[in-house]
Design a protein around this ligand. Sequence first.
Ligand code: ZN
Ligand code: MN
Length: 448
Amino acid sequence: MNNEPLTINYEPVIGLQVHVELKTKSKMFCSCSADYFGQKPNTHTCPVCLGSPGALPVPNGKAIDWCVMIGLALNCKIANFSKFDRKNYFYPDLPKGYQISQYDQPFCLKGFITLSNGKKIGITRVHMEEDTAKLTHQGENSLIDFNRSGVPLVEIVTEPDFENAKEVIEYLKKLQQIVRYLDVSDADMEKGNMRLEPNISLREITMNNELLTINNLPKYKVEVKNINSFRFAEKAIEYEIRRQTEILSENKTPVQETRGWDEDKQKTVSQRIKEEANDYRYFPEPDIPPIRFTQNQIRQLADQMPELPDAKLARLIKEYNLSKYDAEILTREKEMTDYFEEAVKVGKTFKINPKQIANTVINKKIDMNNILPAELVKNIVNFKKTDDIDENKLQEITDKVIKENQKAINDYKSGKVQVIGFLIVKVKQHFPTADSNQIKTALEKQLK
Ligand code: ZN
Ligand code: MN
């Protein structure tokens, strides 16, 4: 037998970094408005977010509270002691030459999100930092807008627990849903409120003397940037898995680097060779004192949080006897659940059951902004009434038609079933709005 280990398969190892912009009124370390989308460039600036020497940052308490709430919603432990650090690097979008971020003592650690199949995706950390300015390239020139500089940004880092793109997308949708439930970010990918960077590598599964071995984490990691939709994320990850499999199967190791998704070319392209963490020369931010949380403060924040998606889903299934499928659709957005539950309350007085309301809300794609829950219930009640009237009226007319057309009936009974068409036409003459199939069913029932 051959003693060389034989590679029989490659298994993707995927981790994820997500940046979420908070929708606080003001920026992270100054009082400039953080609501920059669509505003005239460089109108929301001051010495702090422009990085003038000597300008002092003052942390935004609301943003810190919201970061902790995100951590709590993601089942993290909240650090009793935390601090800000300077992450040094030179790039035009960073006027100070460093980003205020958190290095070794972030606000939140060790959480998880549970996927629908029960698998837990570990969350390494959730930390607070500031957004950079926005660069726009126009031919040979680069334009810079500092309105985004200093907007509160929360970074959520996972363990390398994903095995495929599908799991990543499910996680992202859940994360987006959670921050929207908390009402701390719009988490709109197109507007850049939510940005994601998957890192992808493959580990080998080898067979040696009939012993199957899943090897340790690979020695390289490829990070993909420039992804601004869930669909692109899926495509980029799948592309990377194919690309790296090819390299590995030629007995080579993929380069550790940052790549970007190119939607036109439908592939990832190399951007730069990855820096090691110590290249950033992190050190504690001297202008901001460390932050301490008491258990009481953390409890108070937890008490302010709304019911979260997983809990809401379980409650809807139990309380209203809905299917998991229906409950999932209804809880996708908090507004939809609220709407549904309001309609259920009104519906009770009219003996309309929650299932019927769920069906209407889901299937009719109700315009929730213009139709009040009470109106929706009224429509269901009225619809039921006209339905009852129609049934009775149809019965009356089919009776009449059967009595007046005995010859056709005899033909039908002797096997000429096609006369049913003639009878349908007769019924329609008296009741033009009735549906042909409905008439057919009613006639057949009576002729049995
Ligand atoms: Zn400012
Ligand atoms: Mn970051």
